[in-house]
Design a protein around this ligand. Structure first.
Ligand code: HEM
Length: 410
């Protein structure tokens, strides 16, 4: 990493060289120590984009996350570089709204996402996971990202949304190319390609599904969106489309990312792997540690609605403020030896956000999917091992492996 000999305050976090192998953890470590609220001036790819403040410690991420009046999700979008993603679309998703509209819309879904309601889906999720694992039966090697994680998470969120199974792969491709737009493998057509081709295709496919639900409602989440009323009014079509996009995108990328990085950590640490093989009841602890070390989204962003001060740093109205979970989850004031995967740690983390209004809707679903995926994979392949070099998606936002080659059995 090219920060040696440079003042950490002058580092441009967005330089591509920092992100070639995943988030620049050593840069974040220096920031936490020497410049916890750090300014990056510009984006290589988007010269028009304004710079941003990076918030790197757990305490400061907590402060920003909880103070939605000062740090708005609606004022400027929820990712560091909003270029190419029109602000009206960001604001059409409840993740991009502030209260009170945010709270009303989220409430429509919350009842279906409680741990108790989600637990009812365990059998169906296990069936999906075992079905996918059946497809690789007899093979010596596979890619855990594309052969296991992707098809499982796509079918789980697909079944919640009412997507036909034969369309899972298409939706996965569309989500990967739009969310992972900076990565040449996830999005071979480049930013323009994603905006010109994939985004319209998402809209077109959504419109068809929405029309079908308007004609014949079912018990899926697309129907919830179609029937939703906020302040006595139905959602506009672009709000339904973007609500659908939010749920499919969140369900597609997140669990896949944490499962694969967690599996990699276990394969790289035989002692931790053995703990789980000896006692599978520890799997939920491994899930939490995987979430801490490998939060699926590297950051979410806010915009300051007024002049403020954070950790002694003056923030001006309109400034972008980026909460880096990949940093706060390794804050050494909270975690001893934070870069070590230790499932006995039982530590809280900020992978799902830091307790504010936008705290992840899908926590119970994600935890259940991860538990089932770890359980079923390890039960079938206790001697699973790395069989090549894993590669990280190049992205300031998605913290995920795009390939993880493994040997399934010796
Ligand atoms: C490993 C799995 C997951 C991680 C690490 C994760 C992480 C996050 C984070 C950090 C946020 C906060 C965004 C912010 O503060 O602006 C969030 C919000 C959200 N997540 Fe997740 N998520 C995961 C899985 C899921 C799943 C499976 C769903 C399923 C539908 C989901 C749906 C959502 C939604 C709808 C929001 C917006 C909540 C709001 O604005 O109030 N997430 N997630």
């Amino acid at each position: 990493m090219a920060t040696v000999g440079r003042d950490i305050a002058s580092v441009e976090l967005t330089e591509r060289e920092h992100w070639e192998d995943g988030p620049p953890l050593s840069v974040f470590k220096e920031m936490r120590r020497g410049c916890p609220i750090h300014w990056t001036e510009s984006f290589e790819e988007f010269p028009e984009e304004a710079g941003f403040w990076s918030v790197t410690t757990a305490e400061d991420v907590h402060t920003v996350s909880r103070d939605w009046k000062t740090y708005s999700s609606e004022a400027g979008g929820v990712v560091a570089a909003a270029a190419g993603f029109p602000i009206e679309l960001a604001r059409a998703m409840f993740i991009g709204m502030d209260p009170p509209k945010h709270d009303r819309l989220k409430a429509l879904f919350q009842a279906g996402f409680t741990p108790k309601r989600i637990a009812d889906h365990e059998g169906a999720i296990r069936e999906i996971a075992t079905g996918v694992l059946d497809r690789i039966k007899g093979r010596e090697r596979c890619d855990l990202v594309t052969d296991v994680a992707q098809p499982v998470v796509s079918r789980v969120i697909g079944s919640f949304m009412g997507i036909p199974e034969e369309d899972d792969a298409i939706w996965a491709r569309l989500m990967n190319s739009t969310l992972g737009a900076a990565d040449p493998d996830l999005n071979p057509a480049g930013f323009e390609g994603a905006v010109e081709k994939d985004v319209p295709e998402i809209f077109e496919r959504c419109r068809k599904l929405i029309a079908a639900r308007q004609e014949r409602p079912t018990d899926d989440l697309t129907t919830v969106l179609v029937q939703a009323e906020v302040y006595g009014e139905k959602l506009e079509e672009h709000e339904i489309v973007m609500g659908f996009f939010l749920l499919v995108a969140a369900g597609n990328d997140s669990t896949k990312a944490t499962y694969c990085s967690g599996m990699r950590a276990l394969m790289e640490d035989p002692e931790q792997m053995q703990l789980l093989l000896d006692d599978p009841a520890l799997i939920p602890d491994a899930v939490e540690e995987a979430l801490r070390m490998f939060p699926a989204f590297a950051h979410f962003r806010r915009t300051a609605t007024c002049d403020a001060e954070l950790h002694g740093q003056k923030i001006k109205q309109g400034d972008k403020v980026v909460m880096w979970y990949v940093s706060s989850n390794r804050d050494e004031t909270r975690y001893e030896d934070p870069d070590r995967f230790d499932l006995r740690r039982k530590a809280e983390h900020q992978a799902f956000g830091a307790g504010g209004r936008h705290f992840c809707l899908g926590t119970a679903l994600a935890r259940l999917e991860l538990k089932v995926l770890f359980e079923e994979t390890l039960a079938r392949y206790p001697r699973i091992a790395l069989a090549g070099s894993p590669a990280h998606a190049e992205s300031l936002f998605l913290n995920q492996l795009k390939t993880l080659p493994v040997r399934l059995a010796p």
